[in-house]
Design a protein around this ligand. Structure first.
Ligand SMILES: Cc1ncc(COP(=O)(O)O)c(C=O)c1O
Length: 402
């Protein structure tokens, strides 16, 4: 499905978003779960046959969404003990869970080993040693994958580049002698399952993924040569989309082309291909609905002061990210420019500068588009505000999920 305007009113199929807003008293996220599942099905259809999809739940960990993905039989990528517990509670099988992240604590590693998850994606030799020690004490064999840093520099915001040599993530080839030695000396507690990469987020140039995979294959060959046999190759997430143009078809095409690149790049290895998509799965399928509390016009600016802000949606202030903002119901009033701002006591609390909209009124509802990823997931209660509500729409049914 898609969020589309019909007769100047925002609709999700036959669901009238304007009517829905009339019954709301605070800002809320609204997710189209069917769209999320459709995108995951596309990955499934276009990846190589030996595949495993691990949705990166950091993008959106709403439980209705997680349960729906688990019901499809897919896997999940977690980055904390909290995410791991939530994934298990939402029905993901332990053997379908991979655990990423640079700073896993002792307790988190114990939880991962106790739960018998598919693999821990290791980010440093010290982490590998810690896993080995804990596994030894627990008398188990830990399934691990090594997160490599392929030193690629994709065209995305510096805060979400993760595969460049200056980033804290992964390990470059200079770590290999130490890693090999730890693995070979602790065979009874460490089982190397494969390699993993994740070069960043909101990446639209597919060549960056290809470069990263090609460089990591060299490491794969070197380790295989040293007698370390592997069965998985995890290419991470990171596929991006346009936040300026809400073009569903171009997203579908991009998913397909991305899968083709992954398939082609790894066709000569007999391994299971893992992917960890987040943003491209959920971003387009979510909107943040907010009500105009006040209109304030000075000789310099018109402000639409709304009941959401940087505490509910950090992306604009954190990454200068663009999100389309439109009234849920278009009037025929003359268009004016507005800065859409929140209630937080910071001048960075701006959701959009100079947005052209028909003259707005107090009490009117706006939709902030493409907010299904890294929206609610990053929301906080700064200034002691409430978190926004969340609603899901699935199979023609509205589900309240807070
Ligand atoms: C290890 C890992 N995998 C997957 C993802 C998902 O990335 P995206 O939402 O850009 O697909 C992230 C995001 O930070 C990540 O750190």
């Amino acid at each position: 499905m898609a969020f589309l305007y019909k007769d100047n009113k925002l609709m999700l199929n036959n669901f009238d978003v304007t009517k829905f807003c009339e019954a709301q008293q605070q800002a809320c996220y609204f997710y189209d779960v069917d769209e999320i599942l459709k995108r995951l099905e596309l990955f499934k259809a276009h990846l190589p046959a030996k595949q495993s999809i691990h949705y990166a739940m950091k993008a959106n960990s709403n439980t209705v969404i997680l349960k729906s993905i688990a019901e499809l039989g897919l896997g999940v990528d977690v980055v904390s003990g909290g995410e791991l517990s939530l994934a298990l509670n939402c029905g993901f099988k332990a053997e379908d869970i991979v655990f990423s992240g640079v700073g896993k604590t002792h307790k988190e590693i114990e939880l991962a080993l106790n739960s018998k998850i598919k693999q821990i994606n290791v980010e440093s030799p010290q982490e590998l040693l810690r896993i080995s020690e804990i596994a030894k004490k627990m008398n188990v064999v830990a399934s691990v994958a090594l997160r490599m840093n392929p030193d690629v520099d994709p065209d995305t915001h510096p805060y979400i580049k993760t595969g460049f040599r200056d980033n804290k993530f992964g390990m470059d080839s200079s770590f290999l002698p130490e890693l090999k030695s730890i693995l070979l000396n602790n065979k009874e507690n460490l089982s190397l399952r494969g390699l993993t990469i994740h070069i960043g987020s909101q990446i639209v140039d597919l060549n960056s993924f290809k470069d990263a995979i090609d460089k990591t294959k060299l490491v794969y060959n070197e380790l295989a040569h040293a007698g370390l046999k592997m069965t998985t190759f995890d290419v991470g997430g990171g596929l991006g989309m346009s936040y300026e143009k809400q073009n569903y078809e171009s997203d579908y095409e991009r998913i397909q082309k991305y899968c083709d690149v992954v398939k082609e790049s790894l066709k000569d290895l007999d391994i299971e291909v893992l992917v960890e998509p987040g943003r491209i799965v959920t971003a387009r399928a979510g909107i943040l609905l907010t009500q105009v509390e006040y209109i304030k016009s000075s000789p310099y600016k018109n402000f639409a002061i709304v009941n959401t802000g940087m505490h509910h949606l950090m992306r604009p202030c954190l990454y200068q990210a663009h999100h389309e903002i439109k009234p849920v119901s278009y009037s025929s009033k003359k268009p004016m420019l507005y800065d859409v701002v929140g209630p937080i006591c910071e001048s960075s609390d701006v959701l959009g500068y100079d947005r052209l909209m028909p003259e707005l009124q107090q009490g009117e509802w706006l939709s902030i588009f493409d907010t299904g990823a890294y929206g609610f997931a990053m929301a906080n209660t700064y200034n002691c505000h409430d978190l926004p509500l969340e609603f899901c729409y699935k199979n023609g049914e509205l589900i309240t999920s807070h």
